[in-house]
Design a protein around this ligand. Structure first.
Ligand SMILES: CCCCCCCCC/C=C/C(=O)SCCNC(=O)CCNC(=O)[C@H](O)C(C)(C)COP(=O)(O)OP(=O)(O)OC[C@H]1O[C@@H](n2cnc3c(N)ncnc32)[C@H](O)[C@@H]1OP(=O)(O)O
Ligand SMILES: NC(=O)C1=CN([C@@H]2O[C@H](COP(=O)(O)OP(=O)(O)OC[C@H]3O[C@@H](n4cnc5c(N)ncnc54)[C@H](OP(=O)(O)O)[C@@H]3O)[C@@H](O)[C@H]2O)C=CC1
Length: 299
């Protein structure tokens, strides 16, 4: 369960949020914090047993005097009809949608050369097309006429994402989509921003990678200036901030929540090799050869 929110209790009283992937990991922390702030939250993802368990657990956070509530709807964001149903059923239930958090998503780890078209498409459809469908549907059905705020969860793909090239491409595309929609939908009073988390540990995130999971998260630690992993409760306050009136002049932006990881080291090792094309011959190459003779530099 999430730590207590630092925001003013009641900040989101009477507001309604959809959080995709809201039953696990980062999404669960976002849901928990929104509930503590009085929001009525609809969590949406594919697996009904996860949704039910989260509703049972997180409803215990709601104190009797609060306007908060939590309900769930099964939705695979890759399917347009299910996204339409998620939005329509939220509007039937609550009559408004103030916030959309596009958090549902993920990928598998594989060198790009080994990715099948099916695997590539699964990741692009989930993270890019799914996010687009949710944004478009919420906008057309509610936010176009009433305004609202959207936060897209992306990833640390600023230097590419070797080992997860499909998700790097999809998340970079969502960052660009965020900018386009910030302009197209400004006249409706819609703000839209992205959050790019670093390596954030949760049991569900780790288990997605099966046996590789523990090692992947462990390998990331030396590449994080904080020298530790992040946790979902370190992402949710940033989401609440961007949804809140404190961010009323922020749109089309991306907030990195990564302890500086994107500025630092990469887990992807490039083996020593001699495959790179030789430099053009000339006086500088000759001079370097002379100077570095003893060190045997590669040219
Ligand atoms: C390195 C850097 C460290 C970096 C350091 C570590 C930092 C950690 C960063 C963490 C980032 C996170 O996002 S953590 C969050 C993790 N959580 C998630 O990813 C949850 C959601 N993910 C998923 O559901 C799946 O990963 C996803 C592929 C997107 C969807 O799967 P589905 O089964 O629903 O999709 P389908 O349409 O059936 O297609 C699945 C196809 O995908 C391919 N596929 C799926 N898993 C595969 C696998 N392990 N290896 C190869 N290919 C695979 C196959 O082609 C599958 O087809 P067949 O061959 O026919 O089966
Ligand atoms: N953990 C990390 O280090 C980082 C995570 N992220 C991103 O943050 C988000 C949350 O991940 P995290 O909490 O860590 O991991 P989790 O695996 O716990 O969360 C992923 C969530 O997305 C849902 N989901 C996946 N595919 C779909 C789909 N097609 N339709 C609807 N819901 C879907 C899952 O639910 P279900 O299986 O029931 O559908 C699950 O609740 C993801 O987009 C992830 O890629 C980004 C950068 C780093």
């Amino acid at each position: 369960m999430a730590a207590r929110s630092v925001f003013r209790s009641g900040l989101f009283n009477g507001r309604v949020a959809i959080v995709t992937g809201g039953a696990t990991g980062i999404g669960k922390a976002i849901t928990a914090e929104l509930l503590q702030l009085g929001c009525r939250v609809v969590i949406a993802s594919r697996k009904s047993e996860r949704l039910e368990a989260a509703v049972d657990e997180l409803s215990q956070l709601i104190i009797s005097s609060s306007s908060a509530s939590i309900t769930a709807v099964c939705c695979n964001i890759r399917h347009e009809d299910q996204v339409r149903n998620m939005v329509a059923s939220t509007l039937r239930q609550y009559g408004r949608i103030d916030y959309l958090v596009n958090n549902g998503g993920g990928q598998f780890s594989s060198p790009a050369a080994n990715m099948s078209l099916k695997g590539w498409n699964a990741v692009i459809d989930t993270n890019l097309t799914g996010t687009f469908l949710c944004c478009r549907e919420v906008y057309n059905e509610w936010m176009k006429d009433h305004g609202g705020t959207i936060v897209n969860i992306i990833a640390d793909m600023w230097r590419g994402f070797p080992g997860m090239a499909h998700t790097g491409a999809a998340r970079a595309a969502v960052e660009n989509l965020t900018k386009s929609l910030a302009i197209e939908w400004a006249s409706s009073g819609v703000r839209i921003n992205s959050i790019a988390p670093g390596s954030i540990f949760s049991k569900t995130a780790m288990e997605n990678y099966k046996d590789l999971g523990p090692m992947m998260f462990q390998m990331a630690v030396p590449c994080i200036p904080a020298k530790r992993l992040g946790f979902p409760e370190e992402i949710s306050p940033a989401v609440c901030f961007l949804l809140s009136p404190a961010a009323s002049f922020i749109s089309g932006a991306t907030l990195k929540v990564d302890a500086g990881q994107s500025l630092y080291d990469s887990v992807w090792e490039i083996p020593d090799h001699s495959a790179w094309p030789a430099p053009p011959e000339g006086e500088n190459v000759c001079a370097l050869r002379e100077v570095m003779k003893e060190l045997k530099p590669k040219l």
